[in-house]
Write a protein that binds this ligand. Structure first.
Ligand SMILES: [Zn+2]
Length: 368
């Protein structure tokens, strides 16, 4: 079928099991010009009598695979959905690059945003471990916090090769069907785990969550080691991971949990630790009723540095700001005190402005 071939379109067996000539009715065959044409010639013009006649009388599948041109790059124009209809959705999915699947695997309603963001950063190689910072041109000596014999800290090392990571992944390898040593590059490793084809099964869903929490907990543990001098512990990482998975499976009432997961999670539940994981919830700010103002206050306290501060904003029923304040507090020892001072200062401002009726909102349940 290449340019030099002398094979005949009608007489040679080049597709199927017989020459194409046998499919053509006698009267049509009789009127056919240039019966000796080569395959090349027949295909050179899509409107050629040979190709058109063959398409009309020969089984379609014999020709279908050859009906492309070799000299231009093929591109999709539009594809119908399996039921034969054309929809904007089918165009949209057609235009998505092949990589888009990994994004949809990253974001999901039952996955806390912080896990998704960490993994997203991992695929972009923007998690600020020593190796990444160094690669950006910042000269520094690197000493990882994850191994008894410290090595240079890279993303691959911290999350998949280090002493701590090895212990964690080894412990979970059966549940996750995952071997950290098979990860060659971080981006590919993360993506290929997340886009595993059986993503829809419950076991796979749990595996995906677990994979994400493990990475998150390793990152938290590394930061605690780096900035607060606490040792990294594989056991601690696994415990926290399982508590998160318990909380997620409870919140979202996963049905028909596989046996292996039930056993693991039951062991975790029976431990005396409290479930604590932040599942994202949508919080909306509502305007106060007409004629009333709303005061939102917040305070914060950083234990490690002793810094504290608070602020507030006063708004009317249309959401317009009437006034706002922010200030630092000194010599505090708890965030509750900071919250309380912010509330006091907010109320003082209301009093000084002659606002006697005010709705107050705070996120501190203790203060409330
Ligand atoms: Zn290490």
């Amino acid at each position: 079928m290449d340019n030099n071939s002398k094979a005949h379109f009608w007489f040679d067996v080049w597709t199927g099991k017989t020459p194409l000539k046998l499919y053509i009715p006698e009267d049509t065959w009789h009127d056919m010009p240039n019966k000796e044409c080569t395959i090349q010639q027949a295909f050179s013009d899509p409107r050629s009598i040979h190709l058109q006649t063959a398409l009309k009388f020969c089984p379609r599948h014999l020709l279908a695979q050859f009906l492309t041109t070799n000299d231009t790059k093929d591109t999709w124009i539009w594809c119908s959905t399996p039921n034969g209809q054309f929809s904007t959705k089918s165009v949209w999915s057609l235009l998505q690059p092949a990589t888009s699947q990994k994004w949809s695997a990253l974001w999901s309603p039952y996955i806390p945003l912080k896990w998704s963001i960490l993994l997203w950063r991992m695929t972009l190689n923007s998690v600020p471990v020593d190796g990444t910072v160094k690669a950006k041109g910042v000269p520094l000596y690197s000493k990882c916090s994850c191994c008894p014999n410290p090595q240079e800290e890279s993303v691959l090392h911290l999350f998949f090769r280090s002493n701590t990571a090895n212990q964690v992944w080894a412990d979970l390898s059966l549940l996750l069907q995952f071997n950290s040593m098979e990860v060659v590059t971080v981006a590919d490793g993360v993506t290929s785990f997340l886009t595993h084809p059986e993503l829809t099964t419950i076991a796979r869903c749990l595996a995906r969550c677990t994979f994400m929490v493990v990475l998150w907990e390793i990152w938290c543990s590394r930061n605690m080691a780096r900035f607060q001098g606490q040792d990294m512990s594989a056991k601690h990482i696994i415990n926290r991971t399982m508590l998160s998975i318990c909380a997620i499976s409870t919140s979202f009432k996963f049905q028909k949990m596989p046996h292996s997961w039930l056993t693991t999670l039951r062991q975790t539940r029976n431990g005396d630790q409290k479930l604590k994981v932040n599942i994202p919830t949508v919080v909306r700010w509502l305007t106060p009723p007409k004629g009333r103002l709303k005061l939102n206050v917040d305070g914060a306290f950083k234990k490690t540095s002793g810094e504290a501060g608070g602020g507030g904003i006063l708004c009317d029923h249309k959401g317009n700001m009437c006034c706002a304040f922010a200030q630092a507090y000194h010599g505090l020892n708890s965030s509750l005190t900071a919250e309380a001072l912010a509330l006091r200062d907010g109320l003082l401002i209301c009093c000084s402005r002659g606002v006697p009726e005010v709705l107050v909102e705070t996120d501190s349940l203790n203060l409330l």
